[in-house]
Structures are given as C-alpha cells and as structure tokens.
Design a protein. Sequence first.
Length: 558
Amino acid sequence: MDTRTAALPARTAERSNAARGARRDAVATTVGCILVAVATVALWELVKLVAGLDRTRLPHVWEVLAHFGERTSQGEIELIFLLGNLWVTVRSALIGILCALLVGAALGVLTAKRPVLGPSLMPLLILSRALPLVALAPPLVILFGPGWAAATIMATLAGFFPAVVAVARGIGEVPIAQRELLDSFGAPRRRQFTVLELPAALTHTSAAIRTVTAWGVPRSRPRGAPVRHAGWDRGGSARGQPVLLVPPGADVVRGAGRGRRGCGAGVPGLLACPGRRQGRAADHLPTGGSRIMTITRDPATGTRTAIEFSRVGKTFDPAAGPVLAGLDLTIADGEFVSLVGASGCGKSTLLRLAGDLTSPTDGAVLVDGREAALARERREVGVVFQSPNLLPWRSVIRNVELPLEHTGVTRAERRERAMAQLELVGLAAAGGKYPQQISGGMAQRVAIARALVYEPRIVLMDEPFGALDEITRDRLNLEVRDLWARTGKTVLFVTHSVPEAVFMSSRVVVMAAGPGRVGGIMEIDLPERRTAATTTTPAFFDAVTRVRTSLSAHMGAS
C-alpha cells in the first residue's frame, strides 16, 4: 500500500480532533466572556447598593445603556456621536502606526545593510528619543491644523524607533550559514532579503508593533470634554454626555470641530541595540571577467574532469600563514572522492573553494572546465553543509523548493520536482512537516534533497553526518552511496571518519597540514555495489589500514 494512502486515516483523525478542540476552545471563550460581563454588572450594582450612590454619581447599568440611545444637544444620537469620535482616533492611530512601521523598516534596513551609514545613523536615532514629543505638538498644529494630519505625524514620531531597532536586529541576526546556503545555489543577492532577512525581521517586528501601538495611539476625548492633566477626565457637556476616559498625565491638543484629539506624550525607551550586521559570507572576487573554459580531460584515461585544483593556495590571515599552498588535485566526472585529514588541514576550505564560497589566494579552481564562480552561477554545483540549515518557518517541501524559486520554474513544477527528491531520499510523507518536527537524520536527508533538486552535476558534502549518532550515520552512508550509484553525480565528500571515507569512496585523498596539501591518494578496490556486509570484508579492513597508515605518516610529518 502507498505510504501516503496508509497515512490518510491517521491524518483525517488528527484533523478531526483538532477541529473538535477548536470548537471547545471557542465555546469556552464565549462562556467566559458572558460570565465576565455578568460579574461586572453584578459588581457594579453591588457597589451602588452598598455605597448608597445616587444616579448622578453612579447610575444603574440599564440607565447607562439607555443613555446611548438619547440625542445630544446637537441632535445626534449619543452612540453615533461616540463612535464618530472613536473612528477619528482609530483612523489617525492606524495611519500613524502604518507610517511608523514603514519609516522604521526603511531606516532599519539602511542601518543594518550599510556598514558606513549604520554606525552614523543609529546614534542620531537614539538621540532623537531624548526630544520631548509634546514640544512638537504646537508646531505641528500650527502647520497642519488640529486635524488628523498632526495626530498622525505625532503617532509616527512616537512609534518609528522600535521598528528601526526590530528590523536592524532581525537582519543583523541572520546566520552566515544561511547566507552561504543561498550563495551555494547561485541565488541573487536580493533573495537574501526576501527569503532570510525579511522573515527574521518580522520575528522582531511583532514586538515592535505592540510597542508602536502602545505609544503611537493618540488619546481621544469627545467634544466638550474638559482638559485635565491629573486624575481621570469624566466630564462632558452640560447634559452629562458619556465620554472616553483619558489616562492621567496624557497631554491633549485642543482643536475645533468634530473629533478633537489628543496625543500621548510618552516615548518608548530604547529596546536594544541592533545586532551588528554580518557581512557577506563569502569573499568572492569579481566574476565579471569569468569565461567558459575548455572542458578538460585526464590525458592518461581520457575521462572528463569535474573539478581541478591547480597550484591552489589560500591565506585568511597573513600573520598565521597559508591554510593551503601549492595544492594540485583532479577529480574525474562521476567519481566519489573523500577528503580526510587532521583538523585544520584545509579540507573544508578546499570544498568551499570548489563551491565558490570563498576564493583562492593563489592558483586556479576549475569546476566542469569553468571558473568556480561561473559554475556556481550556472547552478552546476550543489552543497550539503555540516548542519542541515533548514529554514524553520518553511515546511520540509518548501525548504526543498527553495533553490528553484528564483529560476522561473512554475509553482506546480517546483512542487513536483521537490516531491520527487523527497521520494528519492525516502521522505515523501514528511513534506508537510516543519524542521522542528523531524529528527536530525531526516533533516540531513532533506538538505540532500534540497541540494539535488536543481539537478547539479557536482555535489559537495562537508561532514554532513558528523553530528549524527552512529546508527543513523551508517544508514545514511548506505543511502547516499546508493543515491550516487543511481544518479552518477560527482561527489566531493569531507569526513573525519576513515571507515566512512573508505566505504563511500572510489578514491580517498589524505591531506597533510602546515600548510594544507595533498599527502596521498588511495584507490579503493571495493565492489561498486556496497552493503553493510562490505565493512566486514578483508578488502575493507585492508583499505582502512592503508588510509590510516598514510594519515599517520603525514600527520607526523606535519
């Protein structure tokens, strides 16, 4: 039976239980609201009875409700009059909140993404919070009149700063690994904003919206209400109209005509300093001069060359010396090659050079006969990182679709290709789940599916199973080996495990350190089809021994 068909009754029962739970919550909420209303009325009437208050000091609840149907001295129904004043307040508040968020978001993006502008702009924004906004009220009223424009500007000035901080923090906290993920499949830089930075900023903006709403909403009072600066305003017209109460300390701006408004003078405090913007993850050299180069072949075998490192050197810190120096290595099309060596010998750096996630200081890196930068832009290389790097706000299938979203592929085709890759790695039933709902091994398989979804010819895998338990790791080794046999892709695999390297590879490259270079290359003479039983054969133990001997020799030499 198909897996999806077998899981259908369970999913149906789960949705039914969720619907019943939602109905119970709705009923409980409704009953709770009714009980609160009844308790409030009862308490109101109890206070009136015990205190002996007359109707001028505390009318009955039904008298207050009946009063809303009476007419004011201007001939308006009290309820309509009250709602009219309320709408003026709500309109100014909504426009002010929207303007505050838009202005704050724009300044937040500039602060986070411009290394020079950010440090200069943020102190000025912080200094602006020291200015009492109430001092701006008279000039605004003079310039714009006592209408909604002045109140909207006051609300904008009161609320934009939390939005600046929230957006700047969100953008600054995007992990470098996620930026490298988008770089690895040739996504344009603007995609980093829409896919990574905007969702990250929104997680902080929700708190900013609460702050903007609290401080940006102007206080209201109906016509004829007296202006006070201490205690609660409870006055009205000569007929004792019902009013909206104004909190103590709220400063109001006088005006004429319907819907006079006031603006709170409070200003929000500094929420937090924005996180420092993380620079571009990769130190790419300009690729404007990239050119397609002749496809190279190994002169001895005539096989096509997939990756070629020629006299490659890489230095991050001149004081610390080079990480790689004079490294030569050729990987043929369709090979599975593993890199092993001591920590710090440059294995991951070499893989990153092949993926154009960093650039060589010396020498040249050719991928499928082209400069590495051009091969990445042409989406010929897929990268599987040490951690799955799944975006938590996307479902499993949408994480797999991610590399296709900027390529012009239709939504239906994206979904079809992503589902095909999930089926390939055995996760077709998990497409609707989120990263936090699946295990570490499943997450790593999702990362492999994502790297394969745009059909690269070359796959780079940087210790993808290093953080997994041994049982899961062995199972994934079998699955990746089988996947390689079925697809015929070229794989460059980094690992610290010698048995894993021997089991997975057609060749194992032993790297020496100080600086990093190729110490030895071991051909693995094992059958193409490998199973768990392969690890118990004499040929496997012999290959592991040869690699370990070479590794020990080169570690001692370095």
